[in-house]
Design a protein around this ligand. Structure first.
Ligand code: ADP
Ligand code: MG
Length: 397
């Protein structure tokens, strides 16, 4: 089926021949913070980056290190703009061309996930994160007459999905289409986006609701997953509209009979919960049951990625809400880009190591990217009805 994939890839307006369906993984190192400048002053960083070689060295002990390769290695000097261009832009472009896309950040709390994805940068435009830059590129390309952009935004905490655009909606269901395998959350508030300002305000509102919800639940935002979905619906015009006749001439198909094409794709941006395991002793005020439930989605994601990386026959997608929501992102039809975020401190070497290993396994996951395109028969039948009415009227005259 690789030729089918290649030909469907060529149908888009951009050339995808060089991008495989494999999950792309970039690693981003955040700069040392002021606390680390003091606490780690006498110690070497636990990682050393070689961005030209796309390599990262992780200190194993005082005399030895392990070397890992990634699709992209982003140093502490990488700008937000560069990170967007490397991690998200190819995904955003393919979403505009009708493919599903995912951009996800994974790493321990404080490593820079939200900075990378969600930073609004109100007084510093250069600091804006991936969510805002992605919407800017989307709005710049779509046309209000032919296209529709809408977003939903929710958080997943302890296997419950809360609508961040409507706080009273605190238990959203996930629905799977048995035929296509597509997942949707019909209960989530969907807001149409027409300009960048309204998107920015929506994100701010979502953040405020997230803060309020977490205060009520007595938890930190680092314990929940934040998921932004951008739904893109585009009508495609200018497809081949002529057929060859026997004598070799090309005859245009009656415009009336050609169904228009609709592409429905979505961009999913996932700011995951901190990857550090929460203490089962309940030292954070959680009971053992709560600790298990909080860890559930993230460990289920790890298991699915392991199974996919090893080409295992069984992928436990149904074990958590997160893996059900992301089933198209890993092992599905979406183009997926993961950024793993790490800090330099040797005190977090263990967590950094497990983040790196998660990224290495995710790089082995292959997706079968597929154009989300269908004929718009509804609009064709509307047009035919109008034509028929006209003909009938003419005939009766
Ligand atoms: P996470 O979402 O992974 O818990 P944050 O994105 O909130 O982590 O980052 C933790 C702190 O580090 C924040 O104060 C953030 O501004 C800062 N930070 C993270 N990444 C960078 C970076 N690349 N450059 C500068 N500051 C950063
Ligand atoms: Mg965060």
């Amino acid at each position: 089926h690789s030729t089918a994939a290649a030909s469907s890839l060529r149908r888009g307006s951009r050339d995808y021949s060089t991008i495989s369906g494999r999950v792309r993984v970039a690693v981003r190192l955040r700069p040392q913070n002021s606390e680390e400048m003091i606490a780690d002053a006498d110690f070497a960083d636990c990682v050393e980056l070689q961005p030209e070689l796309k390599r990262l060295k992780l200190q194993k002990n005082n005399w030895d290190s392990d070397t890992y390769e990634f699709d992209e290695v982003l140093t502490e000097h990488a700008s937000q703009k560069r990170v967007y261009e490397v991690v998200a832009k190819p995904v955003v472009e393919s979403v505009l061309d009708g493919y599903n896309g995912t951009v996800m950040a994974y790493g321990q709390t404080g490593a820079g996930k939200t900075y990378t994805l969600g930073r609004l940068g109100e007084d510093d435009a250069a600091g804006r994160g991936i969510m805002l830059r992605a919407m800017e590129d989307i709005l710049a390309e779509v046309s209000p007459e032919n296209d529709l952009i809408s977003v939903s935004y929710f958080q997943l905490y302890m296997e419950t999905i809360q609508d961040l655009l409507n706080p009273s909606n605190d238990n959203i269901a996930i629905v799977e289409d048995p035929k296509s395998g597509d997942v949707s959350s019909p209960g989530a508030t969907l807001v149409e986006i027409r300009d960048h300002k309204s998107f920015m305000e929506l994100l701010q509102l979502g953040e405020a609701h997230r803060f309020a919800a977490n205060t009520k639940l007595n938890t930190e935002s680092s314990r929940s997953h934040a998921i932004l979905m951008v739904h893109v619906k585009r009508s495609v015009k200018g497809k081949d509209s002529s057929v060859s006749t026997e004598n070799g001439n090309r005859t245009p198909i009656s415009k009336t009979l050609k169904p228009p094409v609709i592409r429905r794709s979505k961009l999913v941006i996932v700011d995951l919960a901190g990857s550090e395991r929460i203490d089962k002793s309940g030292s954070e005020g959680h009971t053992l049951e709560e600790a298990k439930s909080i860890n559930l989605s993230l460990s289920a994601l790890g298991k699915c990625i392991n199974a996919l990386a090893e080409n295992s026959a069984h992928v436990p997608v149904r074990d958590s809400k997160l893996t059900r929501l992301l089933r198209d992102s890993f092992g599905g039809t979406a183009r997926t880009s993961l950024v793993i975020t790490i800090g330099p401190s040797p005190r977090h070497r263990g967590e950094t190591s497990s983040t790196i290993l998660f990224g290495q396994r995710a790089m082995k996951v292959e997706n079968m990217v597929k154009l989300k395109e269908e004929f718009d028969y509804k609009s064709l039948s509307r047009r035919l009805e109008i034509q028929l009415d006209k003909l009938t009227a003419e005939h009766e005259r």
